[in-house]
Design a protein around this ligand. Structure first.
Ligand code: COA
Length: 520
């Protein structure tokens, strides 16, 4: 494989300007993360720890194998919504290693409104289950939740992908042979009671954990019966009277130890065997990506400059290098794992879309996971292109992306606009993971273009207001707050995150391709 030669001069004025321009973008990202991670002085956290309870992230740290990485997802979910009262949407999800096995961990954060669920909390919980299903990962639920956040009940209760979906998923996952274990560290009320009740095995902490369909106040109101939480559904009741839980833990550490012991008997997943090479770092430093990532999305970035700072030894075997050049495609390794990369290098054209579709078929047959590097304003427009059938070429690419049997990992590195988002494995195409850089934007089109379209069809919408609306709604933080992605990542961490995502996506066998290779 040929080594990519960079054209970036790190001494140049342009590069230095780019670095300066990126700094505030990175600072904003880090400060938003800080507000989620550093909450130890908040009264609800102090109340929690003063009760001798561990914070949710500490529980995760104790659960996973020491020294192993935890891939946290969507840390900025619900950011800037609900007056910022739901950091991380009150739930921590991510992939860790327990007894050498990859596991999806879903942990309620009881310091966020009693661990209750708003719309984004549910979306995040369900997304974690979907990832577990797609990648055949056992699940551990670290339960400590008051159930539905009652003032939001109309947005969380009755619809198809609302609270009930969590329990439907549990049953579906179980039927697919995906193990699920619960540790009840605190409350588990109403519908929430089904999380431990539907798990394969459940551990409950003495004096802390409670499980009940209706809590004491509801029982009193409904039947007049006076009962304490402990008598109604405490750890002793559920491990020796009702049988709803299986293991009585003396404290949180004991509960985590018991969970780890359970994982000794959970069989490892039948992973896809790939030809993994010895991992070798790229020859160019990752932090140079700060001088390459586009802040002004109108400026085109050569995707090979990004690829060179992500893949092993910066080696890239390009496919159809001189054809349909607005797509760059080729083979490389990330942390030793073989990958096929499809990256934007301008508008999608007929040739570029056909080349991408052809390349996806190659990856399908070779069982090589796909990485989509998005920086796309959309498909090329105009009479010439419509006449040559750009829609037909785009349809081929979209078909190939949608039905690819190999894992797909999408990284949005610049703009993600219009049908380009779809063709490049946007959220609707079920990539195994989708991450975004802090400088990115996502939307149907830019605000300026939308205002132009509306005024040309006679719409009287206030132009300035519309542009502002588009600006806000296409922000990466607007996206990640609403779980349109699996998280915003620091460009310098891209290789590490991609490697974890690829390894996770190979946790199950890749299906055989459904079609032959059609040369486009
Ligand atoms: N809906 C809305 N808000 C809730 C809530 C719920 N279901 N459960 C807790 N909260 C809020 C509290 O009002 C409080 O808000 P504040 O910080 O603005 O004052 C915050 O969450 C923490 O609750 P608090 O009771 O002070 O904490 P706690 O740790 O002592 O107890 C619970 C936590 C979950 C055990 C307890 O709040 C509770 O039993 N909640 C009701 C659970 C329930 O009946 N749910 C049924 C809905 S499915």
């Amino acid at each position: 494989m040929k080594q990519i030669e960079t054209n970036i001069d790190v001494q140049s004025e342009q590069y230095r300007f780019n670095i300066t321009e990126y700094q505030p973008v990175l600072d904003e990202y880090k400060s938003r993360l800080q507000s989620v991670f550093n909450r130890e002085n908040e009264p609800s956290v102090q109340k929690h720890t003063s009760r001798g309870k561990f914070p949710a992230r500490k529980r995760i740290e104790l659960l996973v194998d020491p020294g192993t990485a935890f891939l946290e997802l969507s840390a900025l979910a619900a950011n800037e919504q609900y007056n910022n009262n739901f950091p991380a949407a009150g739930i921590i999800t991510g992939i860790g290693i327990v007894q050498g096995k990859k596991v999806m961990i879903v942990a309620n954060d009881a310091t966020v409104k009693g661990g209750t669920y708003v719309h984004e909390t549910i979306k995040k919980h369900i997304r974690a289950q979907e990832i577990a299903m797609q990648n055949h990962l056992p699940c551990v639920y670290l339960v400590d939740s008051g159930g539905i956040y009652l003032p939001e009940q109309a947005n969380v209760f009755a619809d198809r992908f609302n609270f009930g979906r969590i329990f439907n998923n549990q049953a579906q996952m179980s039927a697919k042979g995906i193990p699920q274990i619960s540790i009840v560290f605190g409350s588990c009320t109403a519908g929430g009671a089904y999380i431990p009740a539907m798990s394969d095995e459940t551990i409950i902490v003495r004096g802390q954990g409670t499980i009940f369909i209706g809590g004491p106040p509801l029982v009193k109101a409904a039947t007049g019966e006076d009962v304490t939480a402990e008598e109604l559904g405490g750890a002793h009741v559920h491990t020796s009277v009702s049988g709803v839980a299986d293991h009585l833990a003396e404290n949180e550490v004991d509960a985590i130890r018991k969970c780890r012991a359970i994982f000794e008997t959970i069989p490892a997943s039948k992973a896809q065997i790939v030809d993994r090479k010895e991992p070798k770092p790229p020859i160019y430093p990752a932090n140079e990506l700060y001088g390459i990532a586009p802040v002004d999305l109108k400026k085109q970035v050569d995707p090979k400059e990004i690829i060179a700072r992500i893949v092993d030894e910066s080696r890239f075997n390009e496919f159809k290098a001189n054809y349909g050049t607005t797509i760059v495609s080729g083979f490389a390794h990330v942390d030793g794992f073989p990958v096929g990369i499809i990256a934007n290098n301008g508008f999608l054209t007929t040739e570029a879309a056909q080349k991408a579709a052809h390349f996806i078929e190659l990856c399908n047959f070779r069982k090589i996971p796909l990485v989509f590097l998005q920086n796309i304003t959309g498909f090329i427009v105009g009479k010439k292109y419509e006449h040559e059938g750009i829609a037909r070429a785009g349809a081929k690419m979209i078909h190939a992306v949608a039905t690819a049997s190999v894992p797909k990992i999408t990284l949005v590195a610049g703009g993600s606009y219009g049908a380009g988002n779809y063709a490049m494995s946007g959220r609707a195409f079920d990539p195994n993971f989708l991450f975004m850089w802090p400088n990115t934007k996502i939307g149907v089109m830019g605000g300026e273009q939308a205002a132009g379209v509306l005024s040309s069809i006679g719409n009287k919408t206030n132009r300035e207001q519309l542009e502002k609306q588009f600006e806000t709604e296409s922000s990466v933080y607007y996206s990640t707050s609403r779980l349109w992605d699996d998280g915003v990542i620091d460009p310098a961490d891209t290789r590490k995150v991609l490697a974890l995502a690829i390894e996770t996506s190979l946790n199950r066998k890749i299906e055989e391709p459904k079609t032959g290779i059609y040369r486009m």
